[in-house]
Design a protein around this ligand. Structure first.
Ligand SMILES: Cc1cc2nc3c(=O)[nH]c(=O)nc-3n(C[C@H](O)[C@H](O)[C@H](O)COP(=O)(O)OP(=O)(O)OC[C@H]3O[C@@H](n4cnc5c(N)ncnc54)[C@H](O)[C@@H]3O)c2cc1C
Length: 378
């Protein structure tokens, strides 16, 4: 058993680090106003879609190289959290027609088109198959009516990939179809939902007689659920949550190491807590890397992704909670003039969402218990 990257993977990490070195400021981070330029530069090198096959405008990297790439981006303060790159694109490669791939994949790879994910509804989150948005056939089109909620980035996106019910009489998983819809289509209204932190991350999206051509359906009519489960598998396999936890732990460590008052005159348990969290961050990193390692061997991670998602999101919350205690009263201060994400108070509030989005901790524990451990369903 050897816990290390190959020489080629190390060389790849150096290449990415050198590239990002040209973009970071004196604080080791890329300034947010440079993100658009960086994205364009990455797109030019096929790095936005680094793990996609070259034929679809990707960089042809292995899942482990993709993981290294993400680790280095996060280290430089760059989050490439794109629904098109991570969810719709890979799903289309598996379930899309050649025409759909040719139309949509290059525009994601070039950063020209941004996507949002229209799955959740007010009455359908964990129990997604209960969704009620309707799609009714009308000649070569479908007419969509209904509402989506928690739609991340819809206000910034150009297209949405959406699940709608095409057969209300079929058992619930068998009456769903999967569509791609241009968000500029007539009949779409996007309303902001402001988060606990004050950030506008997600939205409600309303569909009122929205016309979608049949060629924009992924897979077949009433078979959308099976394509969408592929999308959900891609959604949970990310390492991002561990990278957030690593970044937050490091900030606390730097604070504690440079402010003697933070730990001196406090019981040893405070230092032990810092050490415990370091252990948890490293355990989480190996759980997340295992997911990428499996993908690299052509295996399909399932409960392993749920383990990574659950563990790393909960570690992230524990770090934010400890951070607020460590800083004392200043830990409760928000500083709106600084970038969002800089204060521990912001991290504390923001961390709440980690255990809900991409499947709640309870749902992921259900997956681990039944598919991973083979325990009977309740
Ligand atoms: C930051 C963030 C971004 C998001 N972005 C998107 C997006 O872009 N597009 C999109 O479509 N959706 C998005 N979502 C929605 C997300 O997928 C749902 O919030 C999630 O699936 C949970 O659904 P719900 O909120 O309806 O909660 P519910 O499903 O109503 O769950 C409520 C509570 O009941 C528990 N529960 C439910 N069923 C079970 C069960 N069988 N066993 C045990 N416990 C159970 C849950 O764990 C939870 O604690 C986002 C959510 C967040 C937080």
């Amino acid at each position: 058993m050897e816990f290390r990257f190959t020489a080629d993977e190390d060389a790849f990490r150096t290449r990415v680090r050198d590239f990002l070195g040209g973009w970071v400021g004196p604080n080791g981070q890329v300034a947010s106003e440079r993100f658009d330029d960086l994205e364009r530069e990455m797109a030019a090198q096929n790095w936005l879609t680094i793990a996609w096959p070259a034929e679809y405008g990707g960089g042809g990297a292995s899942p482990l190289q993709q993981l290294i790439f993400k680790e280095e981006c996060w280290r430089a303060g760059v989050s490439l959290d794109s629904q098109g790159v991570n969810l719709l694109g890979p799903s289309l490669m598996v379930h899309g027609s050649e025409e759909q791939k040719r139309e949509h994949l290059p525009r994601i790879a070039s950063g020209e088109v941004r996507w949002a994910q229209g799955f959740s509804e007010p009455g359908a989150g964990s129990d997604l198959a209960s969704l009620q948005t309707r799609a009714v056939r009308d000649g070569d089109d479908y007419i969509i009516n209904g509402q989506k909620i928690w739609t991340s980035g819809a206000h910034l996106a150009d297209w949405i990939h959406l699940l709608a019910r095409t057969d209300p009489d079929a058992p619930k998983h068998r009456g769903i179809s999967y569509f791609m819809i241009n968000l500029r289509s007539p009949g779409i209204t996007i309303r902001p939902l402001i988060q606990l932190t004050g950030v506008h991350g997600f939205n409600e999206v309303f569909f009122d007689d929205v016309r979608v051509p049949r060629r924009n359906m992924i897979s077949e009519e009433n078979r959308g659920w099976y394509a969408a489960t592929t999308t959900l598998d891609f959604e949970r396999s990310g390492i991002e949550r561990n990278l957030v936890a690593q970044r937050d732990w490091r900030r606390l460590y730097e604070f504690a190491a440079s402010n003697r008052a933070a730990l001196v005159n406090r019981p040893a348990t405070w230092r032990h807590r810092m050490a415990d969290l370091r252990i948890e961050v490293e355990v989480g990193q190996w759980i997340a890397r295992r997911v990428a390692w499996m993908q690299g061997r052509g295996l399909v991670p399932n409960y392993e992704s749920s383990m990574s998602k659950t563990y790393n999101s909960e570690v992230g919350q524990r770090i934010a909670e400890f951070g607020v205690s460590l800083l004392g009263l200043p830990g409760q201060l928000r500083e709106p003039e600084r970038e969002p994400g800089q204060t521990i108070a912001f991290r504390y509030l923001d961390a709440r969402r980690l255990t809900v989005g991409q499947g709640t901790s309870e749902i992921n524990r259900n997956v681990i218990a039944t598919r991973g451990l083979g325990l009977p369903r309740g």
